[in-house]
Design a protein around this ligand. Sequence first.
Ligand code: ZN
Length: 170
Amino acid sequence: MAIRKIVERGDPVLEKVCRPVTDFNARLHTLLDDMAETLEEAGGVGLAAPQVGILRRVCIVEDSEGEIIELINPEIVSAEGEQRGLEGCLSIPGRYGIVTRPYKVRVRAQDRDGAFFEIEDEDITARCFCHEIEHLDGHLYTEHCDHLLSEEELQQYMEDHPEEFEEPEE
Ligand code: ZN
């Protein structure tokens, strides 16, 4: 496994539509393993292949139990409810915006060996599914917010929503 470099906003690779994965081979497995290691090192909860410079429909999401969910050729098949909250991106370090997303989403995807599966989740994991899948079409969360928070606005948000910033229990 290896840590890959995360590209930052401004790099045209983040604006491209990614191609579907057709070969579920060792190369894909290496990419997925490297992405998991890169995500862990960066301390994020999701990472899409274009963020490491690979224009393929691959992303990973860490769920609320700390499990890495690998999504190949993912599609959102249903969405319910609404949530509004703070969102950031490893490709836009240190910046945050307030984004409205569905509260619960169901995703159909393939696993690393090509088998189709469906997965449903809510809250932060649902937010993350939406965010990562958008990356595969060249979109960033900043398109959903009127502005990124200033340092003062971020401080204020954290004071107003302390429950979102508690350290998760082991
Ligand atoms: Zn992102």
